[in-house]
Structures are given as C-alpha cells and as structure tokens.
Design a protein. Sequence first.
Length: 147
Amino acid sequence: MATRRTLEWVEGRNDWKAHEKSMTLGYLSGLVASMPGWAEFMIERDELDLSHPSAEPFKTKVFENRIELLKTLDDGLITSRKALERTTDERLERPWRFVVGGRILLDAPRYVALTNHSFATWHTTADNSRCISVERGHRTRNLRSVR
C-alpha cells in the first residue's frame, strides 16, 4: 500500500514544510493516517462538532514515531471496515452533520458524507480559518471558508 510506505518514510521529518504557508509533514501524515478511521465515526455518530470537547479524539495529531502513525492507520482501517459491515442501508440514508464553531458545514445522508470524505479534505489554512478542498482533476478548489 502506497499510503503505508509513505507514512513509514515520514519519521523524523515532522517539521518539514514544502512552503512557508504549508502544513507540516507531521500534521499531514497524522491526517492521512487518521482518514481511514473517519468512516467509523461517520457511521456511529450523528454529527461531528469540532468545537465541542467530545471531538478531541477526532482532531488531527502529530505522531512522534512511525509505530504510532501506522497503528492509527491500521486501527482506522479495521474499525471502519467493521462499522461498514454491521451498518444497514437505512442507517446510511440518515443524515450526518459536520459542524465547526456552530456552523453546519455538511448536512447530508451518511452515504454522501462517506463518499465525499474520500475526495475532500478539511484543513486549517494559514490564517486559521477552515475550508474544504475538493480534488477535481489536477486542480483544488476552495468551496467554503469558515472563521
């Protein structure tokens, strides 16, 4: 798996940035390692509010070593696969919300949210606002900024 090989390479390079406005490699690798686990909480919970203290476990972390990084990747794959196996079509049709600072950024059926999470990345920009970027071919388009 290319993701695993890339994450194995990251150790010791957490502070590296491609550009001064870029996120650090440590933050990006933590994000990539945690993304496979998103499906589990999107199926099990009705919303994720990043402003609420209960969202702390879902925030991206910088890992100090590759063992923790790869464990996060593996655990996320396992828990999400199990959640997908035990869910129902009816559950996937129910709404799921993504909220930041009281603003609803996504309110859609779970199957839509799960599909979109594969092609979109929520991130913090240089000015600490949040936005969603969706890959369209080789271009990235900023769909929404949130302060």
